[in-house]
Design a binder for this molecule. Structure first.
Ligand SMILES: [Zn+2]
Length: 423
């Protein structure tokens, strides 16, 4: 592999507080130095003038659907979509068929991702066997097999005694327990409970369903000392719960899905089933609160909850599978908040790089010399549209389909190798 020099870009690295026009030299898959005007006669050059150079993005919540549901997505198509969105590391959710509740499934996924060779894929294991919520999976064995987190995502873990045990283990293992917070007796329908559900006569998933489990998990984290990670936070009250328990010193982190930062419950009127997601799109005031929490640090990171589904699973809203694809649209959504002055560009990048790395405890998300050369180079002003031509996922379920987006990844570099280049 020849040396690679990224020349003339605006380098932003939240881990070092760097925001400077500077060159970056990569050798043998590792970042060697950041300096003005690096000259290396043998090196390959990437001209990054007018572009932003950042650490490779890390998504701690993606559904790659392999094994078992390859008609929606597989590890290869998921990774292609990821690198086109600027991601170099993904944590894949365990609601596969079979689920990631045995070490061999975790190992299978890592070896498949390795042979695809685009993006690092780290599996999350299930908390309970078969994601059934009845008996803990062998978390130690799953950790040994490479799992970096545990979650029954897609389903909440309702049993408080199992959640408590999992968090006690988390404290010993130093691995986060991630929960999809929605009380399954209350969240039985399809969209947020409010004006839109009344107007359309649709079944609901009320905000209190989410707040109850979120509060329970924060309380359990407080008592056990375990690390709870609240997945896809969506409510105004949820932000306050997390803020309160963080202030008490509980080990809590949380993520937001970018779609919840952009869209509200009204979206379902135009986009129908493509606007269906669990937890659902909420009210404008929830969205406002999420953006505030993103800026003030209550929300720790952005995670896409990339959830591909086949068009046949996205018919009528009340019967549709929940979820949206999101690996290629996260960056443009965050850049919109930057343009509106709601968050700084540095904070946006921190939410995509350093923070998610810290949550799962991996040594990535930085451009410090000596770090693995995972780098994303993007044009913050480039206009494009997600359509048949640009979409690299096998699925197309997003309300952003066909909409103009601003901000596009030009290169993605993983361990010093160019794994994506915009043509
Ligand atoms: Zn979920």
């Amino acid at each position: 592999m020849p040396k690679l020099i990224i020349k003339g870009g605006r380098v932003l690295d939240p881990s070092q507080g760097i925001d400077e026009e500077i060159d970056l030299c990569i050798d043998k898959g590792v970042i060697k130095r950041l300096e003005k005007d690096i000259l290396e006669p043998e090196a390959e050059i990437i001209d990054a003038q007018g572009l932003i150079v950042a650490p490779g993005f890390i998504d701690i919540h993606a559904h790659l659907r392999e094994p078992g549901q390859e008609y929606k997505e597989d590890i290869e198509s998921g990774c292609r979509s990821a690198v086109a969105g600027g991601y170099t590391t993904l944590v894949c959710m365990p609601n596969t068929e079979p689920p990631i509740d045995k070490p061999w499934v975790a190992r299978y996924i890592e070896s498949r991702a390795c042979s695809v060779g685009l993006c690092k894929v780290l599996p999350a294991g299930t908390i309970t066997e078969g994601r059934k919520g009845k008996k803990l999976a062998d978390l130690w064995a799953l950790k040994e097999a490479g799992c970096v987190a545990f979650t029954d995502d897609g389903s909440p873990l309702m049993d408080s005694s199992l959640m408590k045990k999992a968090l006690e283990l988390s404290a010993q293992m130093e691995v986060p327990i991630m929960n999809h917070c929605e009380d399954d007796r209350l969240a039985v329908g399809s969209i947020n409970e409010g004006e839109v559900s009344s107007l359309l006569g649709l079944s609901t998933r009320p905000p209190e369903a989410e707040d109850l489990l979120n509060a329970r998990d924060c309380i359990l984290a407080y008592y056990t000392g375990g690390h709870v990670h609240i997945q896809h936070l969506t409510t105004e009250l949820g932000v306050e719960i997390v803020r309160e328990f963080k202030a008490k010193g509980a080990k809590i982190t949380c993520e937001v899905n970018p779609n919840h930062l952009l869209l509200t419950e009204e979206e379902v009127i135009g986009a129908g089933a493509n606007a269906r997601v669990n937890p659902p799109l909420r009210r404008k005031r929830d969205r406002e609160k999420l953006i505030e929490a993103l800026a003030d640090g209550t929300i720790d990171c952005v995670a896409t909850d990339h959830a591909p589904h086949h068009p046949s699973e996205k018919g009528l809203v009340d019967r549709a599978m929940p979820g949206m694809i999101g690996l290629q649209t996260a960056l443009p959504i965050l850049l919109e908040l930057v343009r509106e002055g709601r968050i700084s560009l540095m904070r946006a990048l921190e939410l995509l790089t350093l923070k998610p790395a810290q949550i799962i405890g991996i040594d990535r998300g930085s451009l410090k010399p000596g770090s693995a050369a995972d780098i994303t180079i993007f044009d913050a002003d480039r206009r494009w549209t997600l359509n048949e031509e640009t979409n690299l996922s096998k699925s197309r379920n997003t309300p952003l389909w066909g909409r103009e987006l601003v901000g596009r990844v030009i290169y993605t570099i993983k361990d010093g190798r160019i794994v994506y280049k915009l043509h």
